[in-house]
Design a protein around this ligand. Sequence first.
Ligand SMILES: C[S@@+](CC[C@H](N)C(=O)[O-])C[C@H]1O[C@@H](n2cnc3c(N)ncnc32)[C@H](O)[C@@H]1O
Length: 258
Amino acid sequence: MSFNFSKEACVGSATLGVLFIAGYYVGKRKSKLFRMSSGKSHVGRKDDPVMQYLLNHSLREHPALKKLRQKTMEHELSMIMVACEQSQLMANLASLIKVKKAIEIGVYTGYNALSIALTLPEDGKLIACDISEEYINIGRPFWTMAGVEHKIDVRLKPALQTLDELLAAGEAETFDFVFIDADKVNYDSYYEKSLQLVRKGGIIAIDNVLWSGKVVNPEEGDIDSISIDKLNKKLHRDVRIQLSMLTVGDGLTLAFKI
Ligand SMILES: C[S@@+](CC[C@H](N)C(=O)[O-])C[C@H]1O[C@@H](n2cnc3c(N)ncnc32)[C@H](O)[C@@H]1O
């Protein structure tokens, strides 16, 4: 579970700006909208005016995405939602490489799933992997509102199983884009299977790769941080991909399959 600045900073975008300031100064109230995170991003704090500026002057949310974000902020786990500016970046990349088939590992309420689905052609497909029907059901009405529900194929089971099923069905190298955003201890397996599933030139995006800075010196027994750190180091040496690690959100790796 991530507690990063950018994911929370989304709530401070233009439309919620006034509420944000009020929430900040009234503080300490148990408002779900303005809950402080327990983790600290290396990037900054959610009340950082530069971050607010960035969001105010770059976020271009589809109306259904904006409504889904606002709905998600009412949920007790809202801090695990993808950072909106990160989601926008991935959607822009997906558009650029003309993604037709995509996979998302860890959907939650589907903010990013919706963002990607909006870039897909009419016959495009996003395989949306999650284990919680409850979270998916929060997002589904907004997918319908945006007219893209038919492009989102929800697979309610452990994502490793879904990836294995896709490989067994002969879907290797048929996907253009995979977003890995769940279950850190299995990040390495998700990455390896994703690498088999994406075509050359396809993108694997991996979330939370800086894990609030805990990857710098993972504590003994902190298996999430240790797993992410191991994968980061492996990817640095991996000749099968071109690599970029960005400080957007809680750290985003983009692996471009060669
Ligand atoms: C960080 S959230 C995903 C956020 C999402 N990408 C977004 O756009 O806001 C992680 C999600 O992974 C799901 N999850 C956890 N373990 C899983 C597993 N083994 N397989 C599939 N989904 C899993 C959780 O139910 C949760 O919804």
